[in-house]
Design a binder for this molecule. Structure first.
Ligand SMILES: *Cc1c(COP(=O)(O)O)cnc(C)c1O
Length: 338
């Protein structure tokens, strides 16, 4: 099978299994796992923040961040197509009693300063007040868009003017940095906190990092425990996580493969392919007259897995475990299906 459903499907390679097997461990709830402590320090340094926290999933990282930044009942500003709005089970409401004010972001998925200002709600006897602004990079649903640091900085500065903290859902923030050829800190510098995933393109089996100020991370550590995410000898997972941090430069290969995939598909009749900026390729199949479900089923029969991403759209995602030959084979299978 050529599995292009997501970059989460990568399997840990030998070096990661080795790192898991040999990791020094201790009880991390007592702060005694040296491998986790090392990973947290390196993650913080990598994104230019004072401190970081290892969390089991990106979702938990985002949810913990929202809880720490806000007070019960406040509003959160977010793009209506963002992951925190669409794919976290309404967790902002469920875990933190927050109400989302969905913004119609610009086409690149970042609220403009004007949208931030007009979405802002001042606390009063009638109104809950805005407690957080969430941004996303790369922007998943909009097609893995690599959001330029200037856009992040502009939205963050508009929020900061209103004394609203900013959290960046940077599940794939290294894809953005690599695609834009900027240091990741250029993207993370303007935000108060950032979550990024080790378990996507970087190839770790488990884990995400939440980074921010020391004070923020101290409170996030308590909230992680509250949410059931305090883990014990978790160096066996943090070891592969440390290895994953060395894989950043390889993301460029995934991006090249995504471009090759898009170029191959673009030539096929009935397909409308969004030009990939990173490792995500969105393909609108409306022009083929076929149903998305049927396309996916037939692709699977031909040995290619993709994801439904809208009424007429499928998503294909390149990653460490697919090479150029797989991509070429996938194009041939799509052609066959059509
Ligand atoms: C995958 C993803 C997450 C959540 O990560 P999980 O580890 O799957 O919980 C959050 N935000 C974005 C944009 C993602 O793509």
């Amino acid at each position: 099978m050529i599995d292009l459903r997501s970059d989460t499907v990568t399997k840990p390679d030998e070096t990661m299994r080795e790192a898991a097997a040999t990791a020094a461990v201790g009880d991390d709830v007592y702060g005694e796992d040296p491998t986790v402590t090392d990973l947290e320090a390196r993650a913080a340094e990598t994104v230019g923040k004072e401190a970081a926290l290892y969390v089991p999933t990106g979702t938990m990282g985002n949810q913990v961040a929202a809880r720490v930044h806000t007070d019960r009942g406040q509003e959160v500003l977010a793009d209506r197509k963002s992951h925190v709005v669409k794919y976290e089970l309404g967790g902002l409401a469920q875990h933190s009693s927050l109400q989302v004010r969905m913004l119609e972001a610009d086409p690149r998925g970042v609220p403009t300063p004007a949208a931030v200002a007009s979405g802002y709600v001042e606390e009063s006897v009638h109104r809950p007040g805005t407690g957080l602004c969430c941004l996303e990079n790369t922007h998943n649903v909009r097609g893995g868009l690599a959001i330029e640091p200037e856009r992040i900085a502009a939205a963050a500065s508009a929020a900061r003017d209103l004394e609203v903290p900013v959290h960046l859902d940077g599940a794939r923030v290294f894809n953005a940095a690599v695609a834009l050829d900027v240091p990741v800190t250029a993207i993370t510098e303007p935000v108060d906190s950032v979550m990024f995933c080790l378990s996507k393109g970087l190839g770790a089996p488990v884990g995400s990092m939440l980074a921010g100020s020391e004070e923020f991370i101290e409170e996030a550590r308590r909230t992680r425990k509250l949410f059931g995410g305090g883990m014990r000898q978790v160096g066996v997972l943090a070891g592969p996580g440390l290895r994953a941090l060395e894989n950043v430069a390889d993301l460029e290969t995934d991006h090249e493969n995504a471009r090759a995939l898009a170029a191959g598909l673009e030539g096929l009749e009935g397909l409308s392919v969004q030009e990939p900026e990173t490792n995500i390729v969105l393909v609108d199949v409306a022009g083929t007259g076929l149903e998305v479900g049927d396309v996916l089923a037939e692709l699977a029969d031909g040995g290619v897995l993709a994801t439904r991403f809208g009424p007429t759209t499928i998503r294909l995602c390149t990653h460490r475990d697919v090479g150029r030959a797989d991509v070429e084979r996938a194009v041939a299978v799509v052609e066959d299906v059509l």
